[in-house]
Design a protein around this ligand. Sequence first.
Ligand code: CP3
Length: 352
Amino acid sequence: MNDRLLRALAREPVDRTPVWLMRQAGRYLPEYRASRASAGSFLALCSTPELACEVTLQPLRRFALDGAILFSDILTIPWAMGLGLEFVEGEGPRFRAPVRATADIDRLGIPDPEDDLGFVMDTIRAVRRELDGGVPVIGFAGSPWTLATYMIEGGSSRDFARAKTMLIEHPRELHRLLELLADATAGYLGAQVRAGAQALMIFDTWGGVLTTPAYHEFSLEYMRRIIEHIPREHDSRAVPVVLFTKGGGGWIESLAKSGCDAVGLDWTVDLGSARARAGGRIALQGNLDPATLLASPARIRDEVGRILAEYGAGTGHVFNLGHGITPGVDPEHVGACVDAVHELSPKYHRAS
Ligand code: CP3
Protein backbone atom coordinates (compact mmCIF):
# COMPACT_ATOMS: atom_id res chain seq x y z
CA MET A 1 0.00 0.00 0.00
CA ASN A 2 1.05 3.59 -0.61
CA ASP A 3 1.07 4.56 3.06
CA ARG A 4 2.62 8.03 2.74
CA LEU A 5 -0.52 9.60 4.19
CA LEU A 6 -0.47 7.39 7.31
CA ARG A 7 3.28 7.91 7.71
CA ALA A 8 3.05 11.69 7.48
CA LEU A 9 0.14 11.72 9.96
CA ALA A 10 2.31 9.67 12.34
CA ARG A 11 5.20 12.09 11.65
CA GLU A 12 7.33 9.28 10.22
CA PRO A 13 9.72 9.96 7.30
CA VAL A 14 8.24 10.08 3.78
CA ASP A 15 9.80 10.48 0.31
CA ARG A 16 7.43 13.31 -0.63
CA THR A 17 4.50 15.18 0.91
CA PRO A 18 1.26 13.19 0.61
CA VAL A 19 -1.73 14.96 -0.93
CA TRP A 20 -5.50 14.55 -0.96
CA LEU A 21 -8.16 17.24 -1.37
CA MET A 22 -11.33 18.00 0.54
CA ARG A 23 -14.31 17.37 -1.80
CA GLN A 24 -12.02 15.58 -4.25
CA ALA A 25 -15.14 13.70 -5.34
CA GLY A 26 -17.78 16.21 -6.34
CA ARG A 27 -19.52 18.41 -8.85
CA TYR A 28 -16.35 19.71 -10.59
CA LEU A 29 -16.00 16.20 -12.11
CA PRO A 30 -18.30 15.42 -15.08
CA GLU A 31 -18.27 11.73 -14.13
CA TYR A 32 -19.58 12.69 -10.65
CA ARG A 33 -22.42 14.67 -12.22
CA ALA A 34 -23.28 11.65 -14.38
CA SER A 35 -23.32 9.31 -11.34
CA ARG A 36 -25.51 11.72 -9.38
CA ALA A 37 -27.91 11.99 -12.31
CA SER A 38 -28.18 8.20 -12.54
CA ALA A 39 -28.74 7.94 -8.76
CA GLY A 40 -31.52 10.55 -9.00
CA SER A 41 -30.38 12.62 -6.00
CA PHE A 42 -27.40 13.34 -3.76
CA LEU A 43 -28.87 11.30 -0.88
CA ALA A 44 -29.60 8.34 -3.16
CA LEU A 45 -25.97 8.53 -4.30
CA CYS A 46 -24.74 8.50 -0.67
CA SER A 47 -26.98 5.62 0.35
CA THR A 48 -26.29 3.28 -2.60
CA PRO A 49 -22.94 1.61 -1.75
CA GLU A 50 -22.02 0.64 -5.34
CA LEU A 51 -22.56 4.23 -6.53
CA ALA A 52 -20.92 5.84 -3.48
CA CYS A 53 -17.94 3.51 -3.98
CA GLU A 54 -17.70 4.42 -7.66
CA VAL A 55 -17.79 8.16 -6.85
CA THR A 56 -15.14 7.72 -4.11
CA LEU A 57 -12.81 6.18 -6.70
CA GLN A 58 -13.42 8.67 -9.54
CA PRO A 59 -10.82 11.27 -8.51
CA LEU A 60 -8.24 8.53 -7.91
CA ARG A 61 -8.52 7.43 -11.55
CA ARG A 62 -7.60 10.94 -12.70
CA PHE A 63 -5.06 12.11 -10.12
CA ALA A 64 -2.22 10.46 -8.17
CA LEU A 65 -3.81 11.15 -4.78
CA ASP A 66 -2.44 9.57 -1.60
CA GLY A 67 -5.81 8.95 0.06
CA ALA A 68 -9.42 8.10 -0.79
CA ILE A 69 -12.04 9.93 1.27
CA LEU A 70 -15.27 8.02 1.74
CA PHE A 71 -18.07 9.54 -0.33
CA SER A 72 -20.85 10.40 2.09
CA ASP A 73 -21.92 13.45 4.09
CA ILE A 74 -21.67 14.69 7.66
CA LEU A 75 -25.48 15.01 7.80
CA THR A 76 -26.02 11.22 7.65
CA ILE A 77 -26.16 11.15 11.47
CA PRO A 78 -29.02 13.66 11.93
CA TRP A 79 -30.68 12.02 8.91
CA ALA A 80 -30.51 8.63 10.69
CA MET A 81 -31.86 10.34 13.82
CA GLY A 82 -35.06 11.00 11.89
CA LEU A 83 -34.85 14.74 11.15
CA GLY A 84 -36.00 14.25 7.55
CA LEU A 85 -33.18 15.53 5.35
CA GLU A 86 -33.47 16.84 1.82
CA PHE A 87 -31.05 18.69 -0.43
CA VAL A 88 -32.69 21.56 -2.23
CA GLU A 89 -31.10 22.46 -5.58
CA GLY A 90 -29.06 25.66 -5.26
CA GLU A 91 -29.85 25.98 -1.55
CA GLY A 92 -28.24 23.06 0.25
CA PRO A 93 -29.46 20.82 3.06
CA ARG A 94 -32.84 21.25 4.75
CA PHE A 95 -34.32 19.35 7.71
CA ARG A 96 -38.07 18.84 7.81
CA ALA A 97 -38.04 18.44 11.62
CA PRO A 98 -35.37 20.73 13.07
CA VAL A 99 -34.49 20.76 16.79
CA ARG A 100 -36.30 23.75 18.33
CA ALA A 101 -37.47 22.64 21.78
CA THR A 102 -36.52 20.38 24.67
CA ALA A 103 -39.03 17.80 23.47
CA ASP A 104 -37.22 17.64 20.10
CA ILE A 105 -34.01 16.62 21.88
CA ASP A 106 -35.87 14.05 24.01
CA ARG A 107 -37.12 12.39 20.84
CA LEU A 108 -33.65 11.83 19.35
CA GLY A 109 -32.20 8.35 19.53
CA ILE A 110 -28.64 7.21 18.86
CA PRO A 111 -28.51 5.51 15.46
CA ASP A 112 -27.10 2.01 15.20
CA PRO A 113 -24.16 2.44 12.79
CA GLU A 114 -24.32 -1.05 11.24
CA ASP A 115 -28.08 -0.97 10.93
CA ASP A 116 -29.27 2.62 10.37
CA LEU A 117 -26.03 3.66 8.63
CA GLY A 118 -25.07 0.28 7.19
CA PHE A 119 -24.82 1.77 3.70
CA VAL A 120 -21.81 3.82 4.85
CA MET A 121 -20.05 0.73 6.22
CA ASP A 122 -20.89 -1.19 3.02
CA THR A 123 -19.39 1.66 0.97
CA ILE A 124 -16.16 1.55 3.02
CA ARG A 125 -15.92 -2.23 2.63
CA ALA A 126 -16.49 -1.90 -1.15
CA VAL A 127 -13.86 0.86 -1.49
CA ARG A 128 -11.30 -1.19 0.46
CA ARG A 129 -12.00 -4.17 -1.81
CA GLU A 130 -11.66 -2.09 -4.99
CA LEU A 131 -8.53 -0.26 -3.88
CA ASP A 132 -6.96 -3.54 -2.80
CA GLY A 133 -4.35 -1.79 -0.68
CA GLY A 134 -3.70 1.06 -3.15
CA VAL A 135 -4.09 4.06 -0.84
CA PRO A 136 -5.64 4.45 2.64
CA VAL A 137 -9.38 5.09 3.01
CA ILE A 138 -10.30 8.13 5.08
CA GLY A 139 -13.53 7.91 7.10
CA PHE A 140 -15.17 11.02 8.52
CA ALA A 141 -17.94 12.64 10.53
CA GLY A 142 -19.04 16.15 11.44
CA SER A 143 -18.24 17.67 14.82
CA PRO A 144 -21.17 17.68 17.28
CA TRP A 145 -21.29 21.51 17.24
CA THR A 146 -21.32 21.66 13.42
CA LEU A 147 -24.07 19.01 13.22
CA ALA A 148 -26.03 20.84 15.93
CA THR A 149 -25.97 24.08 13.90
CA TYR A 150 -27.66 22.33 10.96
CA MET A 151 -30.13 20.52 13.23
CA ILE A 152 -31.13 23.69 15.11
CA GLU A 153 -31.16 26.09 12.15
CA GLY A 154 -32.86 23.51 9.93
CA GLY A 155 -30.20 23.96 7.25
CA SER A 156 -27.32 26.26 6.34
CA SER A 157 -27.16 29.63 8.07
CA ARG A 158 -25.46 33.00 7.78
CA ASP A 159 -25.51 34.11 11.38
CA PHE A 160 -26.41 30.97 13.40
CA ALA A 161 -29.00 33.03 15.26
CA ARG A 162 -30.97 30.07 16.63
CA ALA A 163 -27.94 27.92 17.52
CA LYS A 164 -26.18 30.82 19.24
CA THR A 165 -29.34 31.81 21.09
CA MET A 166 -29.61 28.26 22.43
CA LEU A 167 -25.93 28.41 23.43
CA ILE A 168 -26.41 31.62 25.39
CA GLU A 169 -29.92 31.15 26.78
CA HIS A 170 -30.14 27.36 27.19
CA PRO A 171 -26.58 26.02 27.45
CA ARG A 172 -27.69 22.91 29.36
CA GLU A 173 -30.06 21.91 26.57
CA LEU A 174 -27.34 22.43 23.98
CA HIS A 175 -24.93 20.34 26.06
CA ARG A 176 -27.52 17.54 26.12
CA LEU A 177 -27.78 17.63 22.32
CA LEU A 178 -23.99 17.76 21.89
CA GLU A 179 -23.52 14.82 24.26
CA LEU A 180 -25.99 12.75 22.26
CA LEU A 181 -24.22 13.70 19.01
CA ALA A 182 -20.80 12.89 20.48
CA ASP A 183 -22.02 9.42 21.53
CA ALA A 184 -23.59 8.82 18.12
CA THR A 185 -20.45 10.03 16.33
CA ALA A 186 -18.06 7.92 18.43
CA GLY A 187 -20.12 4.82 17.60
CA TYR A 188 -20.30 5.80 13.94
CA LEU A 189 -16.54 6.40 13.58
CA GLY A 190 -15.77 3.19 15.49
CA ALA A 191 -17.92 1.26 13.02
CA GLN A 192 -16.13 2.99 10.11
CA VAL A 193 -12.79 1.77 11.50
CA ARG A 194 -14.12 -1.78 11.85
CA ALA A 195 -15.41 -1.58 8.26
CA GLY A 196 -11.92 -0.63 7.05
CA ALA A 197 -11.37 3.15 7.40
CA GLN A 198 -7.62 3.66 7.96
CA ALA A 199 -7.67 7.33 9.01
CA LEU A 200 -10.47 9.53 10.35
CA MET A 201 -11.30 13.20 9.99
CA ILE A 202 -13.74 15.28 12.01
CA PHE A 203 -15.12 18.29 10.12
CA ASP A 204 -15.85 21.22 12.42
CA THR A 205 -16.87 23.60 9.67
CA TRP A 206 -18.60 26.03 12.03
CA GLY A 207 -16.41 25.94 15.18
CA GLY A 208 -14.77 29.14 13.95
CA VAL A 209 -17.93 31.21 14.45
CA LEU A 210 -17.73 30.80 18.23
CA THR A 211 -15.98 32.90 20.87
CA THR A 212 -12.81 31.37 22.31
CA PRO A 213 -14.45 30.13 25.55
CA ALA A 214 -17.54 28.87 23.70
CA TYR A 215 -15.35 27.03 21.17
CA HIS A 216 -13.59 25.16 23.96
CA GLU A 217 -16.77 24.38 25.88
CA PHE A 218 -19.19 23.58 23.04
CA SER A 219 -17.03 22.30 20.19
CA LEU A 220 -13.50 21.16 21.09
CA GLU A 221 -14.60 19.39 24.28
CA TYR A 222 -16.99 17.12 22.34
CA MET A 223 -14.41 16.34 19.64
CA ARG A 224 -12.01 15.42 22.45
CA ARG A 225 -14.59 13.03 23.93
CA ILE A 226 -15.13 11.38 20.55
CA ILE A 227 -11.38 10.85 20.13
CA GLU A 228 -11.26 9.32 23.60
CA HIS A 229 -13.89 6.76 22.63
CA ILE A 230 -12.87 5.56 19.18
CA PRO A 231 -10.49 2.67 18.50
CA ARG A 232 -7.07 4.16 17.76
CA GLU A 233 -5.68 0.99 16.27
CA HIS A 234 -7.03 -1.63 13.88
CA ASP A 235 -5.32 -4.65 12.30
CA SER A 236 -2.17 -3.69 14.31
CA ARG A 237 -1.94 -0.28 12.68
CA ALA A 238 -2.64 3.10 14.23
CA VAL A 239 -5.76 4.90 12.96
CA PRO A 240 -4.88 8.61 12.98
CA VAL A 241 -7.51 11.26 13.64
CA VAL A 242 -7.47 14.69 11.96
CA LEU A 243 -9.47 17.58 13.46
CA PHE A 244 -10.43 20.42 11.14
CA THR A 245 -11.97 23.54 12.63
CA LYS A 246 -12.45 26.07 9.85
CA GLY A 247 -11.43 29.44 11.27
CA GLY A 248 -9.69 27.64 14.15
CA GLY A 249 -6.19 29.03 13.50
CA GLY A 250 -6.21 30.85 16.84
CA TRP A 251 -6.70 27.62 18.79
CA ILE A 252 -3.87 25.43 17.48
CA GLU A 253 -2.32 24.98 20.93
CA SER A 254 -5.55 23.58 22.42
CA LEU A 255 -6.26 21.50 19.30
CA ALA A 256 -2.78 19.99 19.60
CA LYS A 257 -3.60 18.87 23.15
CA SER A 258 -6.98 17.31 22.26
CA GLY A 259 -5.63 13.82 21.60
CA CYS A 260 -5.79 14.13 17.81
CA ASP A 261 -2.89 13.18 15.52
CA ALA A 262 -3.24 16.10 13.12
CA VAL A 263 -4.98 19.41 12.69
CA GLY A 264 -6.44 20.61 9.39
CA LEU A 265 -5.91 24.32 8.72
CA ASP A 266 -7.68 26.78 6.46
CA TRP A 267 -5.76 29.16 4.18
CA THR A 268 -5.71 32.09 6.61
CA VAL A 269 -3.05 30.33 8.72
CA ASP A 270 0.71 30.55 8.12
CA LEU A 271 1.90 26.91 8.14
CA GLY A 272 5.36 27.78 9.45
CA SER A 273 4.07 29.53 12.56
CA ALA A 274 1.35 26.88 13.01
CA ARG A 275 4.09 24.25 13.03
CA ALA A 276 6.02 26.13 15.69
CA ARG A 277 2.89 26.62 17.80
CA ALA A 278 1.95 22.92 17.55
CA GLY A 279 5.35 22.17 19.07
CA GLY A 280 5.95 18.91 17.16
CA ARG A 281 3.06 17.18 18.95
CA ILE A 282 0.85 16.73 15.88
CA ALA A 283 0.93 16.72 12.07
CA LEU A 284 -0.65 19.53 10.02
CA GLN A 285 -2.95 19.25 7.01
CA GLY A 286 -3.64 22.02 4.53
CA ASN A 287 -3.93 24.72 3.41
CA LEU A 288 -4.21 25.95 -0.20
CA ASP A 289 -7.03 28.47 -0.73
CA PRO A 290 -9.56 26.55 -2.91
CA ALA A 291 -9.99 29.73 -5.00
CA THR A 292 -6.38 29.25 -6.19
CA LEU A 293 -7.64 26.33 -8.30
CA LEU A 294 -9.52 28.87 -10.44
CA ALA A 295 -6.17 30.45 -11.47
CA SER A 296 -3.78 29.19 -14.15
CA PRO A 297 -1.73 25.99 -13.60
CA ALA A 298 1.44 28.13 -13.37
CA ARG A 299 0.00 30.22 -10.53
CA ILE A 300 -1.31 27.07 -8.81
CA ARG A 301 2.21 25.65 -8.92
CA ASP A 302 3.63 28.84 -7.35
CA GLU A 303 1.14 28.67 -4.49
CA VAL A 304 1.85 24.96 -3.90
CA GLY A 305 5.56 25.83 -3.77
CA ARG A 306 4.91 28.64 -1.30
CA ILE A 307 2.93 26.37 1.04
CA LEU A 308 5.54 23.57 0.93
CA ALA A 309 8.28 26.11 1.71
CA GLU A 310 6.21 27.62 4.52
CA TYR A 311 5.95 24.22 6.24
CA GLY A 312 9.63 23.58 5.53
CA ALA A 313 11.75 20.44 5.72
CA GLY A 314 10.69 17.19 7.32
CA THR A 315 7.61 15.04 7.76
CA GLY A 316 4.30 15.85 9.45
CA HIS A 317 2.64 17.75 6.57
CA VAL A 318 -0.27 16.44 4.52
CA PHE A 319 -0.98 18.73 1.58
CA ASN A 320 -4.66 19.64 1.19
CA LEU A 321 -6.91 22.61 0.54
CA GLY A 322 -8.05 24.93 3.32
CA HIS A 323 -11.68 23.95 2.51
CA GLY A 324 -13.49 21.95 -0.18
CA ILE A 325 -13.02 22.21 -3.97
CA THR A 326 -15.68 24.48 -5.45
CA PRO A 327 -17.92 23.19 -8.27
CA GLY A 328 -16.59 25.54 -10.99
CA VAL A 329 -12.99 24.26 -10.90
CA ASP A 330 -11.43 22.78 -14.07
CA PRO A 331 -10.30 19.19 -13.30
CA GLU A 332 -7.05 19.91 -15.14
CA HIS A 333 -6.21 22.53 -12.55
CA VAL A 334 -6.70 19.95 -9.80
CA GLY A 335 -4.25 17.73 -11.69
CA ALA A 336 -1.76 20.61 -11.85
CA CYS A 337 -2.02 21.02 -8.08
CA VAL A 338 -1.47 17.33 -7.32
CA ASP A 339 1.44 17.10 -9.79
CA ALA A 340 3.06 20.20 -8.29
CA VAL A 341 2.99 18.63 -4.82
CA HIS A 342 4.64 15.50 -6.25
CA GLU A 343 7.30 17.44 -8.12
CA LEU A 344 8.13 20.17 -5.62
CA SER A 345 8.02 18.30 -2.30
CA PRO A 346 10.80 15.63 -2.47
CA LYS A 347 13.50 18.19 -1.68
CA TYR A 348 11.90 18.82 1.73
CA HIS A 349 12.29 15.14 2.66
CA ARG A 350 15.81 14.25 1.50
CA ALA A 351 17.45 14.59 4.86
CA SER A 352 14.80 12.61 6.74
O1 CP3 B 1 -14.91 14.23 -1.54
C1 CP3 B 1 -15.18 14.41 -0.34
O2 CP3 B 1 -14.68 15.33 0.35
C2 CP3 B 1 -16.07 13.42 0.38
C3 CP3 B 1 -17.46 13.71 0.47
C4 CP3 B 1 -18.02 14.82 1.36
C5 CP3 B 1 -19.21 15.49 1.03
N1 CP3 B 1 -19.57 16.29 2.08
C6 CP3 B 1 -19.95 15.32 -0.23
C7 CP3 B 1 -20.92 16.35 -0.65
C8 CP3 B 1 -17.61 15.29 2.62
C9 CP3 B 1 -16.37 14.95 3.42
C10 CP3 B 1 -18.62 16.20 3.07
C11 CP3 B 1 -18.59 16.88 4.38
C12 CP3 B 1 -19.57 17.94 4.65
N2 CP3 B 1 -20.89 17.98 4.33
C13 CP3 B 1 -19.28 19.11 5.42
C14 CP3 B 1 -17.97 19.40 6.10
C15 CP3 B 1 -16.94 19.91 5.14
C16 CP3 B 1 -17.26 21.25 4.57
O3 CP3 B 1 -17.46 21.32 3.35
O4 CP3 B 1 -17.30 22.23 5.33
C17 CP3 B 1 -20.46 19.87 5.50
C18 CP3 B 1 -20.63 21.19 6.21
C19 CP3 B 1 -21.47 19.14 4.81
C20 CP3 B 1 -22.91 19.51 4.68
C21 CP3 B 1 -23.29 19.75 3.28
N3 CP3 B 1 -23.32 18.79 2.30
C22 CP3 B 1 -23.69 20.98 2.70
C23 CP3 B 1 -23.80 22.30 3.43
C24 CP3 B 1 -23.95 20.72 1.35
C25 CP3 B 1 -24.52 21.69 0.35
C26 CP3 B 1 -23.51 22.65 -0.11
C27 CP3 B 1 -22.82 22.11 -1.32
O5 CP3 B 1 -21.58 22.12 -1.35
O6 CP3 B 1 -23.56 21.73 -2.22
C28 CP3 B 1 -23.67 19.36 1.11
C29 CP3 B 1 -23.79 18.64 -0.17
C30 CP3 B 1 -22.63 17.80 -0.64
N4 CP3 B 1 -21.85 16.99 0.13
C31 CP3 B 1 -22.18 17.70 -1.99
C32 CP3 B 1 -21.12 16.78 -2.00
C33 CP3 B 1 -20.34 16.29 -3.20
C34 CP3 B 1 -22.82 18.38 -3.18
C35 CP3 B 1 -24.07 17.68 -3.47
C36 CP3 B 1 -24.44 17.71 -4.92
O7 CP3 B 1 -24.02 16.82 -5.66
O8 CP3 B 1 -25.18 18.63 -5.28
